[in-house]
Design a protein around this ligand. Sequence first.
Ligand code: 3HC
Length: 288
Amino acid sequence: MKLEDIKTICVVGAGNMGHQIALCCALAGYNVTCTDISQDMLDKAEAFAKSYLPERVSKGKLTQEQADSALTKLKFTVSLEEAAGNADFVIEAAVEKMDIKRKLFADLDRIAPPQTILVTNSSYIVSSEIADVTKRPDKVCNMHFFNPALVMKLVEVVQGPHTSAETAQITMDLSAKLGKTAVLLKKEIYGFLVNRILSALSQEALFLADMGIATPQEIDLAVTNALGHPMGPFRLMDLTGIDLAYYSSLERYQRTRDPKDKPSPLVVEKFVKGEWGKKTKKGYYTYE
Ligand code: 3HC
């Protein structure tokens, strides 16, 4: 398979990441079907595209033709069969739960054409923990986008021991076609590059807040003003989801058994209260 053979992309999951990844692909000229088990999530994803595209046109960032074309290329369905049945490339961006991802990849392997590449946008999980449920492990790898996916330039492509060089290369090439800068990790490591670096910062920020040294808001002020980050670690957690922070710490702790990897008391408190950040309109900050 070559990059030019990819015409149709299926994005599984219409959540925080999936809805924007789907739109990125449509804006790059691909026919995209975004699928989710929740019709409500699909409706929200469609509503987002319908408000985002005209806004970009009025800002002068897109032409009317580009916006119209992206919208006609973007479809939404609850049917995985319909979405993946004729896809040349599948990007899984479903919830960060291993059992769900393994079930999805087994289903995708059954539904998608045999030559189709299946990638996961997982934030942490390496694809070798998923690829074994398929009969095409050579066509499975990680393709990790960053939030908000329409804005952030980086994509991490992780080549597992089972991934063919061709699959890794096509995924790198597709990332470039989507306007992203891709980095290739030739060895798998849990959390890849960016989330490992980010979690070191977030762990320390949470430790300081848990100790009552400063509030999350003050820590954010310190990081943005002293280090020049566009957002502090707490506002960023609100953006990426405190539920994700909770699940990923738990997953990491289960692997390492290192007490510092346990979800922090503040994260647990927010998780239990359902204050998961921007998506629930309340996290460390409140949102309209
Ligand atoms: N969706 C789409 N576009 C958005 C957006 C969103 N949620 N938020 C902002 N934008 C766009 C705006 O339209 C604007 O575009 P333009 O300049 O072309 O007109 C541009 O981004 C700047 O927006 P604003 O001026 O409103 O706001 P900021 O300048 O504060 O930028 C930000 C917002 C881009 C989110 C910036 O704060 C930022 O870069 N924050 C850091 C984000 C980050 O670190 N992401 C990585 C998180 S880690 C991760 O994703 C890993 C994963 O596994 C969880």
